[in-house]
Design a protein around this ligand. Structure first.
Ligand code: TPP
Ligand code: MG
Length: 371
């Protein structure tokens, strides 16, 4: 990048160029499912590779069913996930049960694979208090709606893990838009200052609702925001499950070995709208852009890779689809059986000891509800 400023004494453009050059996209599988980076291939068994594919297929079906349940009025808030399966599922696949997840509103799939029953996720979508009641026992926090807030909380959870001497990490997710928030910088800086075992994932799907990535920041990559915090930053092909898996697995190794946090930017795309609450993607995205990204689809790419290895076929895919449909049907039935939510329930779960003003309201509602 050449500077237009004529008489400046300091050469700033070369400094930025030098940083930009360091942030190349890490990829293992190309769009055709061919290995382009043999030495980075992870040692996953055939069974593990099949399981990763099964989970991505399941998640794609869950997205389709959730959209349709939302349209039928049977779900509340829903943020579509199709397109982001490699970023979400393959990053989770690199974790262990003892790791702690701090999701954003679009990250329900990771939380389900970490052990949250799907029926609970459905209840959360309906705003029911049982959705994420006591989930800290499963090492997951409720999905964060305040953009970026989970980054600060992750630094804190990771500091707790470090103080307890646990061999575990705290992982969190935000989007491209999230990296413009103060909380984003505070979170990565705090985590860096204390060298805590945290993994900060940025799922860069190109848009923050309708705001395109290029209007978000002049930084060439979002990964390089790590430089200011003094931590590693990696930009990875977020449609490539193997590359995402390796980036997170490496970050986890470093974290549990006391080498501190990592920031990982995954380049991805959401095929659907921002949420089911009414935005129309055709007003801010072109058909051409959509089809460019559809060619990079993580399921298509991974399917080709597995088929070429002779470890995936149509029958297995159909079985995964049927299993997903069956489990989703059961989970929504189960969610329907939850008790009708009362205002007193909502108040009582806010804190262990209610402050006097809430105690008062609690009593008022208890009284009303008893009639
Ligand atoms: C602090 C804050 N500001 C604004 C909003 C409204 N809001 C909800 S989602 C969103 C865009 C986030 O985009 P991005 O971080 O790219 O995540 P994506 O939805 O694309 O996954 C905004 C501005 C919010 N929830 N919280
Ligand atoms: Mg985004």
């Amino acid at each position: 990048m050449a500077s237009k400023t004529k008489n400046a004494k300091l050469e700033v453009a070369s400094q930025l160029d030098a940083v930009d050059k360091e942030f190349q996209t890490f990829q293992i599988l190309n769009e055709e499912g061919e290995v382009v980076n043999e030495k980075a291939l992870p040692d996953l068994t055939d069974e593990q590779l099949q399981e990763l594919m099964r989970r991505m297929v399941y998640t794609r079906i869950l997205d389709q069913r959730s959209i349709s349940l939302n349209r039928q009025g049977r779900l509340g808030f829903y943020a579509p996930t199709a397109g982001q399966e490699a970023s979400q599922i393959a990053s989770h696949f690199a974790l262990e049960k003892e790791d702690f997840i701090l999701p954003g509103y679009r990250d329900v799939p990771q939380v389900i694979w970490h052990g949250l029953p799907l029926s609970k996720a459905f209840l959360w979508s309906r705003g029911h208090y049982q959705g994420f009641e006591n989930t800290a026992a499963l090492n997951v926090l409720p999905p964060q709606i305040i953009i970026g807030a989970q980054y600060v909380q992750t630094a804190g959870v990771a500091l707790g893990l470090k103080k307890k001497g646990e061999k575990a990490v705290a992982i969190t997710y935000t989007g491209d838009g999230g990296t413009s928030q103060g909380d984003f910088y505070e979170g990565i800086n705090f985590a860096s200052a204390y060298q805590v075992p945290a993994i900060f994932v940025v799922q860069n799907n190109g848009f923050a609702i309708s705001t395109p990535r290029h209007k978000q920041t002049a930084a060439k990559t979002l990964a390089q925001k790590a430089v200011a915090a003094g931590i590693p930053g990696i930009q990875v092909d977020g449609m490539d499950p193997l590359a995402v898996y390796v980036a997170v697995k490496d970050a986890r190794e470093r974290a549990i070995n006391g080498e501190g946090p990592t920031l990982i930017e995954t380049l991805t795309y959401r095929y659907g709208p921002h949420t089911m609450s009414g935005d129309d993607p055709t007003r801010y995205r072109t058909k051409e852009l959509d089809s460019e990204w559809e060619k990079k689809d993580p399921l298509v790419r991974f399917r080709k890779y597995l088929e070429n290895k002779g470890i995936w076929n149509e029958e297995m895919e159909n079985a995964a689809i049927e299993q997903a449909k069956e489990e989703i049907k059961e989970a929504i039935k189960e969610a329907d059986q939850a008790p009708k939510q009362k205002v007193s329930d909502l108040i009582s779960i806010m804190s262990k000891e209610l402050p006097s003003n809430l105690k008062e309201q609690y009593e008022i509602y208890k009284e009303k509800e008893s009639k």
